[in-house]
Design a protein around this ligand. Structure first.
Ligand code: GLA
Length: 399
C-alpha cells in the first residue's frame, strides 16, 4: 500500500505537477499578457496625462494650463504655456525645507496685465536692439519700438506674451515639458518664419534645465533667454542685496544711457562690475560709477570666460540665511545680470506679497545685446538650413 501509494502518489504528484506546470504556464502567459497590456495602457496614459490644471484664459479667449514638473527630492516647477512662464519653483534649503524662489503672480490676468517678464521665455531677441533696426544681407529691418527709442525682449508682443503649444507626445509627465511656437514672418518686424522649441525639465540633480532650438525659412536674428527673477531666501522675503554673486567673466559690455552696448568689451578689474570673487550684490551697487548710473544698478551683459559655445559655469549665487546656492550653466557666450532695479513696490505678487525695489535678480544667459548692429560680437544670425541650439541649467544646492 505504502509502495503503491508512493507510486500512485508519485504518479498523482507527477500528473499534478504537469497540471501545475500547465496551469503555471497559462497563468504566467496570462499575467505576462496582462502586464504587457497594463504597461501599454500605462504608457498610453503616461504620454497623454500631463500633470496640468487650467490657468485661465488669455484676453483672446485661449485657455492656457499650468504644468507641474518635479523630481525625487521634492523640487517642483510649475510652468504655464502662456509665455512659457515659470510661475513657481520650489527648492530645498540647507534643512531640506522647500521655498518658492521665483517672483511671479497667482493669476494669469496679472501676468497678462503688467508683468516685467517674470519667469518668461524671451524672444525672438532677448534684450535690446538699438533703435529697433538692423541690416541683414543688405536689407534694413525695422522692429517694434517698446523701450524708449529701442527694441526690447522681442517687441510689443514677444515670446513672453504668446501662447506656446505643448507637445504632449514628446513631453514626459512630471519630468519634461516640450513647448513650441511658430513666430510668423514679419512678426514684430522680424524676417522669416521661425520655429522655436523649448524643453523644460527638472532633473534629479535639482536642476531646472532649459533647452532651446530654432529654425527659420529666411535669414533672421535670434537670441532666446529665460527671465526668472530669483530670490533664494524665498520670493517676497526682502531684497536680494545680501545674496553673494560670482560671475565667471573678466569683461562686460558697457552701455550708453539707453542701455545699448557701446561695442566695447571692458575689463571688470577695479570696477563694481567685478564679480570674479563672490561679492554681495548690494556691496557696491550705489557706487558713483557711470555704468551703474546708466543701469540704475546692475543691468549689464557679462562676457563669459568659458570657451565660446562650450557648456560651462556662468555664475553662482549664495544666500546665507537659507544656505541655498544657485549655479547657472550655459552654452551661451554672455549673461545679463539684472538686479531688479525697476521693481518699486507697486507689484503685488504670489500670496499677496509686495515686490519692492531689488526683491529679485535675473541671470539671463544670452548672446550680447544689440549684436545685429555689432559685427564684433558673436553673431546672432540664423539662416535657413541651420538649427540654433542653446542650453541653460539653473542648478540648486545648499550649504
Ligand atoms: C532685462 C533688461 C532690463 C529690464 C528687464 C525687465 O534685464 O536688461 O533693463 O528691461 O529685462 O524689466
Amino acid at each position: 500500500m505504502r509502495y503503491s501509494y508512493r507510486i500512485s502518489g508519485w504518479v498523482t504528484l507527477n500528473s499534478r505537477n504537469k497540471t501545475m506546470k500547465t496551469s503555471f504556464i497559462v497563468a504566467a502567459l496570462g499575467s505576462a499578457l496582462l502586464i504587457l497590456l497594463a504597461s501599454c495602457s500605462a504608457k498610453k496614459q503616461e504620454s497623454s496625462t500631463m500633470e496640468k490644471i487650467s490657468f485661465g484664459r488669455t484676453t483672446e479667449g485661449t485657455e492656457v494650463n499650468l504644468y507641474t514638473l518635479h523630481n525625487k527630492n521634492g523640487m517642483e516647477a510649475r510652468i504655464t504655456n502662456y509665455g512659457g512662464i515659470v510661475v513657481s519653483l520650489l527648492v530645498p534649503d540647507r534643512d531640506g525645507k522647500l521655498a518658492d524662489v521665483v517672483l511671479g503672480f497667482d493669476s494669469l490676468a496679472s501676468y497678462v496685465k503688467n508683468s516685467p517678464y517674470f519667469g518668461a521665455l524671451v524672444g525672438r531677441y532677448g534684450n535690446r536692439i538699438g533703435k529697433g533696426t538692423f541690416e541683414l544681407n543688405g536689407t534694413k529691418f525695422k522692429l517694434a519700438i517698446n523701450n524708449g527709442a529701442n527694441h526690447l525682449h522681442g517687441g510689443l508682443k514677444g515670446f513672453d506674451k504668446v501662447v506656446w503649444s505643448v507637445d504632449e507626445q514628446q513631453s514626459k509627465p512630471g519630468k519634461l515639458l516640450v513647448l513650441t511656437y511658430l513666430s510668423k514672418d514679419g512678426e514684430e518686424g522680424y524676417p522669416g518664419n521661425l520655429s522655436a522649441k523649448v524643453v523644460y525639465s527638472v532633473t534629479d540633480s535639482n536642476e531646472l534645465k532649459i533647452e532651446y532650438t530654432a529654425t527659420t525659412d529666411k535669414p533672421t536674428v535670434v537670441n532666446l533667454t529665460h527671465h526668472s527673477y530669483f530670490n533664494l531666501a524665498g520670493a517676497g522675503n526682502g531684497n536680494v542685496l545680501d545674496h553673494e554673486l560670482f560671475i565667471d567673466a573678466e569683461r562686460f559690455t558697457p552701455v550708453d544711457s539707453g542701455l545699448i552696448p557701446t561695442g566695447e568689451l571692458k575689463s571688470v578689474k577695479g570696477t563694481p562690475m567685478d564679480f570674479t570673487a563672490a561679492t554681495a550684490i548690494g556691496a557696491r551697487i550705489n557706487d558713483a560709477y557711470d555704468q551703474l548710473k546708466n543701469g540704475g544698478g546692475y543691468d549689464h551683459n557679462w562676457v563669459l570666460n568659458k570657451a565660446a559655445n562650450s557648456f560651462g559655469l556662468a555664475a553662482r549665487v549664495y544666500e546665507k540665511t537659507s544656505g541655498r546656492v544657485m549655479e547657472v550653466l550655459t552654452t551661451e557666450p554672455g549673461v545679463q545680470f539684472y538686479s531688479g532695479n525697476f521693481l518699486d513696490g507697486t507689484l503685488t505678487g504670489k500670496g499677496g506679497k509686495q515686490y519692492g525695489h531689488r526683491f529679485g535678480f535675473c541671470l539671463e544667459t544670452q548672446h550680447f545685446p544689440d549684436s545685429p548692429n555689432k559685427p564684433q560680437f558673436p553673431p546672432t544670425t540664423l539662416n535657413p538650413g541651420q538649427t540654433l541650439t542653446s542650453t541653460t541649467v539653473y542648478r540648486f544646492s545648499a550649504k
